[in-house]
Design a protein around this ligand. Structure first.
Ligand code: GLA
Length: 376
């Protein structure tokens, strides 16, 4: 199985943690279709940790918790598939999952076969409770082999949080995406920290195996499992812009049944999603990396010759940020200019022929532009 663009979908962990059940999954599947998420590209619906009983069954298989999933997992997969979505589940390379449920150590092939029987299309594979004598590359390789030989296409989402320099070996394991950062929390400090953690390893992102900066917190506003403090709508926009420029998988984490209109618009912004899903998958580059004034200008060359530019005010006071034609790589003698389009406002900003200064950006606010080379 070859995965050519950063996977998109929804995952239960950020908001619901252990509070998951069939009805929630069915209602989320309904919302993903009815509210346009599937059409926008969000195709995987993933159940994270806490879906099983505490003990394996007599046949050695993991048993879905009958109170949470009274009709079993095949029925859940069938419902999700009938909606045109794909179905994801979760396990871990140690003997227990991070929340203490049975995990796949020494059961890799059996579990992969079980997931395949249920109709699973995506497996998130975590990193807790590993025997001391084992090492991560080996354990992730094992599940990679088991999935590749289970008779069904199952996307392998490795989740070892970027530990043990996993950027150096994770592609060996057959992973299609890999968690390159620690766990996200729903607050600005966490978003900022993940952005910084990602900066040194973005060159490992690319077709076939994508750097995963963790699930989105857009729309949580402090509610739910990782809702520690919450963000403002403006901070969610900045968070989403960064994930798109970095080309990260986009896995939503809010309650889609109650998300407000502003955040729904953020998640469904096709122009921003197109930056994330751009088929060239080039790494971004800084024009200024967290300058002494606390701003970031991050660019990404897109297929076809356009360039996406994010201008970010990471500080706690208002800022204006400058962008020059020369910095982006166009010299004055070329006779060229850049036509700038604001991807959040869906409108042209003007032509960049020399220097552009943004309007005053509020603390943690940003602009995301798509620039096209035109004659001056
Ligand atoms: C780890 C992962 C999270 C989530 C939890 C579940 O912390 O990084 O994304 O899957 O485990 O217990």
């Amino acid at each position: 199985m070859i995965v050519r663009k950063p996977p998109m979908g929804w995952n239960s962990w950020n908001t619901f943690a252990a509070d998951i059940h069939e009805k929630l999954i069915f209602e989320t599947a309904d919302r993903m279709v009815a509210d346009g998420y599937l059409d926008a590209g969000y195709e995987y619906l993933v159940i994270d940790d806490c879906w099983s009983l505490r003990e394996r069954g007599e046949d050695g298989r993991i048993v879905p918790d009958p109170e949470k999933f009274p009709h079993g997992m095949k029925a859940v997969a069938d419902y999700v598939h009938a909606k045109g979505l794909k179905f994801g589940m979760y396990s871990c390379c140690g003997s227990l999952t991070c929340a203490g449920f049975p995990a796949s150590y020494e059961h890799e092939f059996l579990d992969a076969a079980t997931f395949a029987e249920w109709g699973v299309d995506f497996l998130k594979y975590d990193n807790c409770y590993k025997p001391m004598e084992e090492n991560d590359p080996k354990l992730y390789r094992r599940m990679g082999m088991a999935l590749a030989n289970c008779g069904r296409d199952i996307l392998f989402s490795a989740c070892n949080w970027g530990a043990d320099e996993s950027h150096k070996w994770i592609k060996e394991t057959g992973a299609h995406m890999w968690r390159s950062t620690g766990d996200i929390m729903d607050n600005w400090a966490s978003v900022k920290s993940l952005i910084e953690q990602q900066a040194g390893i973005w060159q490992y992102n690319g077709q076939g195996c994508f750097n995963d900066m963790d699930m989105l917190i857009v729309g949580m506003y402090g509610k739910g499992n990782v809702g520690l403090g919450g963000c403002t709508t403006e901070e969610y926009r900045t968070h989403f812009s960064f994930w798109a420029l970095y080309g990260s998988p986009l896995m939503m984490g809010c309650d889609l049944r109650t998300v407000n209109d502003e955040c729904r618009e953020i998640l469904l912004n096709r122009e921003v999603i197109a930056v994330d899903q751009d088929e060239a998958y080039r790494q971004p580059f800084y024009l200024n990396a967290m300058h002494n004034d606390g701003t970031i200008v991050l660019c990404r060359l897109l297929e076809g010759g356009d360039v996406a530019v994010g201008l970010f005010n990471m500080t706690d006071s208002p800022r204006r940020i400058s962008l020059t034609l020369g910095d982006i790589g166009i010299n004055a003698a070329s006779g060229k200019a850049l036509l700038m389009r604001d991807l959040w406002k869906h409108e042209e900003v003007g032509r960049l022929t020399g220097i552009y200064r943004t309007p005053e950006l509020a603390p943690h606010a940003s602009m995301l532009l798509r620039c096209r080379v035109v004659d001056r």
